[in-house]
Design a protein around this ligand. Structure first.
Ligand SMILES: [Zn+2]
Length: 167
């Protein structure tokens, strides 16, 4: 009798524990497979590699991947304001403004600790911050408040540090 009681309590605890674990997992934001950063709403980019779909945290991360890898196509961008999917080639981009959710992610290491020194990280695949807007006027309004440059899709690869290095 006593034994059954103990087993019941233990399984109840295990059940509650696993429910908690399940909940915290399902609440976790999606992660970028390229840099393991959280995918911020309003920044997500859908792309394919050899026709296999994937989601990247931001346009800079996706374009870095495209610059380094064959057969990568950018399929969609996200309007930063409405957080809805837009066609990347019709979007207007604010590049290098003071808003850059990926780079400002607190989990991103800004210092690399070596045995005798702490080195400041000067390369980030998500740099510069590239935010997409569905209209030029919204991009201009954002740029007035947050700085940066307004560019179109075909201009973006020039801002990506990895461009041309691996080929
Ligand atoms: Zn990423």
């Amino acid at each position: 009798m006593n034994r059954i009681w103990i087993i019941t309590v233990i399984s109840a605890i295990a059940l509650v524990g696993s429910l908690f674990l399940f909940q915290s997992c399902s609440r976790k934001a999606a992660q970028c497979p390229l840099c393991e950063r959280e995918i911020h709403q309003g920044m997500q980019v859908k792309l394919t590699h050899n026709h296999i779909p994937m989601q990247a945290c931001c346009m800079a991360c996706a374009l870095t991947y495209k610059a380094q890898t064959e057969n990568v196509e950018i399929e969609s961008a996200t309007d930063f304001l409405s957080e809805t999917s837009i066609e990347p080639w019709n979007a207007f981009y604010v590049v290098a403004s003071d808003i850059s959710p990926c780079i400002q992610d607190p989990k991103v290491q800004k210092f690399i600790r070596e045995p005798h020194a702490a080195l400041h990280a000067c390369y980030d695949r998500c740099e510069p911050g590239i935010l997409a807007f569905r209209s030029r006027s919204e991009a201009q309004k954002f740029q007035k408040e947050h700085g940066g440059y307004i560019r179109q899709f075909e201009d973006l690869p020039a801002f990506i540090a990895a461009q041309g290095r691996s080929r």
